[in-house]
Design a protein around this ligand. Structure first.
Ligand SMILES: NC(=O)c1ccc[n+]([C@@H]2O[C@H](COP(=O)([O-])OP(=O)(O)OC[C@H]3O[C@@H](n4cnc5c(N)ncnc54)[C@H](O)[C@@H]3O)[C@@H](O)[C@H]2O)c1
Length: 253
């Protein structure tokens, strides 16, 4: 039986681990040809091998590497159907304590690179009159947690980018959407808990914040990415889907 993404060519950035790796695996399981655009050659190559995809070592903040990766994808597969802008990192400070260089690092990776990648695939997608771009934003794109600056600024911007490009190219057959994950069980979360005296207690505290009494799994984000990349979502555009177990709808008393 054909997969839900059968023969679609998909670039997934930062797919060496975490949410990106789960997306790459789910896409491959649904028949997509996956290009793993990852900075870490060890993890990137391993995920690509596991998915039968192609690894192209890419630092998404380097314009020449972005362009080279898109060229390689087109040489290899002749088309690009899906771009997932997933590579990102937490950059967390109190605003007045943040070195200015950290602002630049955050904006460059969490926002500007998503535009650079989009810009690089647009000519091909516009020529095909088809394509789906999926930006991995965050619940930080809607709500503010103190001492996480400037990450939420970049993620608010990424939702703005999603809506702007979604509107601009809708009549040409393109769809641009975002996913806003909440607390997801990845190495970032585990590293964060490890910084506490009692990592298990901190994990339990995180779980208790969520109505389902657990945090999310990378595979649960990947399921939504498959849906948005597939032909099952033809009229969903310029939208952001929240995946947080309902935490953001909860009124804390
Ligand atoms: N984990 C969460 O709870 C969570 C919640 C909301 C949003 N997100 C977002 O999801 C995305 C993935 O997060 P994750 O938790 O899987 O992170 P992660 O740190 O586990 O994985 C990020 C991947 O991106 C790669 N990467 C980093 N900089 C790169 C660069 N310049 N070029 C290419 N690759 C690069 C890393 O090597 C790594 O493989 C990020 O955009 C993050 O902001 C994560």
């Amino acid at each position: 039986m054909a997969g839900r993404l059968q023969d679609k060519v998909a670039i997934v950035t930062g797919a060496g681990r975490g949410i990106g790796a789960a997306i790459a695996r789910s896409f491959a399981a649904e028949g997509a040809k996956v290009v793993v655009a990852e900075r870490n050659s060890e993890t990137g190559a391993a995920v690509a091998a596991g998915t039968g995809g192609v690894f192209v070592e890419t630092d998404v903040t380097e314009q020449d590497q972005v362009e080279a990766m898109v060229r390689t994808t087109l040489e290899r597969f002749g088309r690009i159907d899906v771009l997932v802008n997933n590579a990102g990192a937490n950059v967390f400070y109190r605003p007045h304590e943040m070195p200015r260089s950290e602002w630049a690092r955050c904006m460059s990776l969490d926002l500007e690179a998503c535009w650079a990648l989009s810009e690089a695939v647009l000519p091909n997608m516009r020529q095909q009159a088809a394509g789906a771009i999926i930006n991995i934003a965050s619940t930080h794109g809607f709500k503010i947690i103190p001492q996480t600056f400037p990450y939420p600024v970049a993620k608010h911007g990424l939702i703005g980018l999603t809506r702007a490009l979604g509107i601009e190219y809708a009549a040409e057959g393109l769809r641009v959407n975002a996913i806003a994950p909440g607390y997801i069980d990845t190495e970032i979360a585990r590293d964060y808990w490890a910084g506490f005296d009692d990592p298990d207690a901190e994990r339990r505290r995180a779980e208790a914040l969520h109505p389902p009494r657990r945090i999310g799994r990378p595979e649960e984000v990947a399921m939504t990415a498959v849906f948005l990349a597939s032909d099952e979502a033809p009229f969903i555009n310029a939208e952001t889907i929240m995946i947080d177990g309902g935490r953001s709808a909860l009124f804390h008393d």
